[in-house]
Design a protein around this ligand. Structure first.
Ligand SMILES: *[C@@H]1O[C@H](CO)[C@@H](O)[C@H](O)[C@H]1NC(C)=O
Length: 291
């Protein structure tokens, strides 16, 4: 190799390392993909005890992505609801969980509780209420998932959810990974509360990839349960939308608790900020499935 070629190769190598090591995150955030999952998370509000229009994919939000076949998962005792679906548009199996009845959200926020229970990773503890809700529909999720995986072998699995549904989505994705050997390839949550302790947040963040946790302005739910004393901690990767209607965003640092993102607000109760994610209004979506 001539010294000139060698020098060029060296300069290129240094440029490459400096540029990419510093600025390119492991994965790239995709705003339009996030918007798609916000709608799919919204569709869950039409499932089970909350509304209708998912089984035959006729709900207003459903119509944006025609041709989906879906199975509702629902437990009338715990009011946990969601669906599992085959989406021919994105060629993915979708698992989506819903939050609590939007008209009850204030009560839900007040009663959120702090009690934790064991989760099957080392030292991990998670919010008992969230885990109980997920566990009450897990057998139905697994059965529907097996059905769609049989029909579409090798299809990537995506998990999503809003609010309480976001917490269930996290518990589902990590349970599938740890206990069922199923890799979740795409993960979006919207207005997610903290799900578990530091050990849980770290294990989840390092093992579930393409995982985006969207927070919006002064949405109160990402502040719950509070992280006082590090009993609860957020997983990464947070993507923060600082304005009400605007779609500008910040990909936050990987700590889970970036003080310049949602955490810069202490505990503001602007519940309307909880309903608006990725250009989709969860409250309007919910009311439309009542008729
Ligand atoms: C609903 O949840 C309760 C409480 O977790 C559980 O005992 C019951 O078996 C569940 N029902 C169905 C149909 O899955």
């Amino acid at each position: 190799m001539s010294s000139r070629v060698y020098l060029r190769a060296l300069i290129f190598a240094v440029f490459f390392v400096v540029t990419f090591a510093r600025s390119v995150p492991l994965e790239t955030y995709d705003q339009s993909e996030a918007e798609r999952y916000a709608i799919l998370a919204g569709v869950a509000y039409c499932a089970g005890t909350l509304g209708h229009g998912v089984e035959d994919w006729s709900c207003d939000a459903c119509k944006k992505y025609p041709g989906v076949s879906a199975t509702v998962v629902s437990n009338t005792t715990t009011d946990a609801n969601g669906f599992v679906a085959w989406d021919p548009n994105s060629q993915r199996i979708i698992i989506s969980f819903t939050g609590t009845d939007p008209l009850d959200i204030k009560n839900w926020i007040d009663d959120i509780g702090l009690i934790q229970t064991d989760f099957p990773c080392s030292g991990c503890k998670v919010h008992k209420g969230f885990y109980d809700a997920y566990k009450s529909i897990e057998p139905q999720v697994l059965a529907a998932l097996a059905h769609y995986r049989q029909g579409h072998p090798g299809t990537p699995v995506a998990v999503t959810g809003h609010s309480l549904g976001a917490a269930q989505a996290v518990l589902c994705a990590f349970s599938l990974h740890l206990q069922h050997g199923i890799t979740v390839s795409t993960m979006y949550t919207f207005g997610q509360p903290r799900v578990g302790n530091v050990e849980f947040a770290q294990a989840y963040t390092s093992q579930v990839s393409h995982n985006w946790r969207l927070t919006h302005h002064m949405d109160p739910v990402p502040h719950l349960p509070p992280n006082t004393g590090n009993i609860y901690r957020h997983n990464s990767q947070e993507v923060f939308y600082p304005d009400f209607t605007d779609l500008k965003y910040t990909v936050c640092d990987g700590s889970g608790e970036d003080p310049t993102c949602s955490d810069k607000f202490i505990m503001d109760l602007i519940v309307t900020d909880h309903w608006w994610y990725g250009n989709f209004n969860f409250l309007t979506g919910y009311t439309s499935c009542k008729f």
